[in-house]
Design a protein around this ligand. Structure first.
Ligand SMILES: CC(C)(COP(=O)(O)OP(=O)(O)OC[C@H]1O[C@@H](n2cnc3c(N)ncnc32)[C@H](O)[C@@H]1OP(=O)(O)O)[C@@H](O)C(=O)NCCC(=O)NCCS
Length: 182
């Protein structure tokens, strides 16, 4: 296995990804999240930009990133959101995901992003990288099969995780995601 530094990492706006790379992305997402991405490279909505990790010509990892403001108990905060982070099976446990999270944290810190947030059922990777589980009630736009269906409001205590990139404290109030849940 190559050192992370010897792999090629592209940070690219989603709309700039050419068709042949988009095909590789679909294959990777389908193998890491079976039955999740039938004919497309996004689940609910397109991420703003992506980290794509290549070993020569082979796409071996991806991390989508949401860039938005959210309302945390009345505080408007700028966040990055981690979407569909995945690493091809035979490349796992080599800190590739950890390195991608660090790259995103550095980018956020350099650009005034206050928190990174994500939703994950398995917390291990994120706990070891300094993310914390938060218990806020969340409000979001529910999308089903590419249709807006409702506004949901409920706690996401099992999966909502946050890492602070600034001294600003994370409030306890309702978190309005001002959009869909990624
Ligand atoms: C989760 C995942 C991205 C980790 O990638 P990675 O490059 O192997 O991660 P790192 O090497 O930096 O860290 C590995 C640690 O992540 C943790 N981990 C393993 N699978 C995990 C999972 N599905 N979710 C969260 N953490 C996980 C373990 O603690 C693991 O440590 P170990 O190697 O000692 O078992 C990769 O296992 C994967 O693509 N899984 C399938 C897709 C997925 O579930 N993505 C997460 C969506 S929230």
């Amino acid at each position: 296995m190559k050192e992370f530094e010897r792999l090629c990492v592209n940070v690219v706006n989603d709309f700039e990804i050419p068709n042949e790379k988009r095909k590789a992305l679909r294959v990777l997402l389908n193998s890491c999240f079976p039955d999740y991405f039938p004919q497309r490279e996004y689940f609910k909505q397109i991420p703003k930009f992506r980290y794509l990790v290549w070993d020569e010509e082979k796409l071996i990892a991806q991390m989508g990133v949401e860039d938005r403001v959210i309302n945390v108990g009345g505080d408007i905060v700028r966040i990055f959101g981690v979407i569909d982070l995945c690493v091809e099976d035979c490349y796992r446990s080599n800190n590739i995901a950890t390195n991608l999270l660090r790259m995103l944290e550095n980018l956020g810190q350099q650009n005034g992003i206050e928190f990174i947030i994500l939703f994950a059922n398995d917390h291990k990777l994120y706990l070891k990288n300094g993310y914390k589980i938060v218990t806020n009630i969340c409000r979001w736009l529910a999308i089903d099969e590419l249709k807006s269906v409702d506004i949901f409001e409920q706690p996401l205590t099992d999966c909502f995780m946050v890492k602070s990139l600034s001294p600003k404290p994370w409030n306890d109030g309702i978190v309005d995601l001002l959009g869909y849940l990624f």
